[in-house]
Write a protein that binds this ligand. Structure first.
Ligand SMILES: Cc1ncc(COP(=O)(O)O)c(C=O)c1O
Length: 393
């Protein structure tokens, strides 16, 4: 019998998740209601943040964070080039310019050193003052936030952590070293809502603005109404239908159906993280025989792994990455490359020219993500390692 296809990542859904969604469907709210609020309270507790604001997806979360900071044309945001498109695009959504930072060639993370170099490049490019930096916790590793935040503090920049890969990581989301942290609840991520996103923050003013911007920019708190003539009646009571929009927002709301799934998934976060760590440790052992041609990424921080990435010396072994991916696929094994450095995308090349970011190029040239998700069996790891060994000879 053919073995089941192993994708590089997938959701883990059990009967409790299905029951939670079914209960939401039987409830009074389908869109944003009490289940969304309950999820936000659970997520804040799980990450150690004072506030968690849910939204439609991780991209919307990045957009909301940029809006909440008031970034706009004439501002520059530093973003590591080794990330998903959305981290950089969020700056463009608000009209800000992107300055791409290089990354460590071995783990793909922006470092304090590559950040400092990016700041110098931004000053030289003269597109405007740097206002914010978005460290990305790639694959679930954790950036050196203490040193990155120290640089940002000295320079007066805001910090938005892109933690879309890193829910469950040590200190991730508590915003001790950042203004906000942003999460994705896409099915390949560690926990899912189908689609979904969250922004965490310790700052009540940012939370208030995020809540407002995710729902059209509307607010209903009478004490904040500015247009007294239309907000209040002659006796000074707030009109019950009345709402105000100080600035336009979006419809970026999460639904109660999604939140029900997210609450159920969040209960399993530590089990999912532990299983991913155990599978990664097994990969490390199973792949040791393929060194030095194949090496696991030397992981930084205390990771809650979203991806298991190996670095392969394709030139040294004389087989291209495309060929290895094709042959693994024939063996029923899905792999992926995270990511094409964003500065190489035609849109950004046309805007900023071809940049020289050798750390990102070196990482990109060697990276391959192998299957990693909690429902994998130990024997699946051995199967992938054996197939890779066969393919590279
Ligand atoms: C690093 C990173 N940032 C942002 C996003 C965007 O998240 P979403 O797909 O939920 O919009 C992703 C998702 O792929 C991601 O990997």
């Amino acid at each position: 019998m053919a073995e089941a296809f192993l994708p590089y990542g997938r959701q883990t859904i059990d009967e409790a998740d299905i029951a939670a969604v079914a209960a939401a469907l039987r409830g009074d709210f389908l869109t944003t209601g009490p289940t969304v609020a309950a999820f936000e309270a659970d997520f804040a507790r799980a990450t150690g943040a004072a506030h968690a604001v849910s939204c439609a997806n991780g991209t919307a979360a990045l957009h909301l964070a940029a809006l909440a900071l008031g970034l706009g044309p004439g501002d520059v945001v530093i973003v590591p080039t080794l990330t998903f498109l959305a981290t950089a695009n969020a700056a463009r959504y608000v009209g800000a310019e992107v300055c791409f930072a290089d990354v460590d060639p071995d783990n793909g993370l922006m470092t304090p050193e590559t950040l400092a170099r990016a700041a110098e490049a931004a000053a030289k490019a003269g597109r405007g003052p740097v206002k914010s930096v978005s460290p990305v916790h790639l694959s679930g590793q954790v950036c050196d936030m203490e040193r990155i935040a120290a640089i940002a503090r000295r320079a007066g920049w805001s910090v938005v952590e892109d933690a879309c890969h890193a829910v469950g990581g040590s200190g991730v989301g508590d915003c001790r070293h950042s203004d906000m942290a942003v999460f994705s609840l896409h099915p390949v991520k560690t926990i899912t809502a189908g689609e979904g996103g969250v922004v965490t923050t310790q700052q009540p003013a940012l939370a208030e603005r995020l809540f407002r911007l995710r729902s059209h920019g509307m607010m209903r708190a009478p004490e904040a109404f500015t247009e007294k003539d239309q907000a209040f009646d002659a006796a000074g009571a707030a009109n019950p239908w009345y709402y105000e929009m100080p600035e336009p927002g979006f419809n970026y709301r999460l639904t109660d159906i999604q939140a029900a799934l997210a609450i159920s998934q969040l209960k399993k976060l530590s089990a999912f993280v532990a299983r991913r760590q155990a599978l990664a440790a097994r990969y490390d052992r199973a792949l040791a025989r393929l060194a030095p041609a194949v090496r696991p990424v030397p992981r930084a921080g205390t990771p809650a792994l979203h991806l298991y990435v190996v670095l392969i010396d394709f030139a040294g072994i004389g087989i291209s990455r495309a060929e290895i991916m094709r042959r693994l696929r024939e063996a029923g094994i899905g792999t992926q490359v995270h990511y094409v450095p964003v500065h190489r995308q035609p849109y950004y090349r046309a805007r900023y020219g071809m940049l020289d970011l050798p750390g990102a190029d070196a990482y990109y040239a060697r990276a391959l993500s192998l299957p990693l998700f909690p429902a994998m069996a130990d024997s699946d790891v051995d199967r992938v390692a054996d197939a890779l060994a066969r393919v590279i000879g």
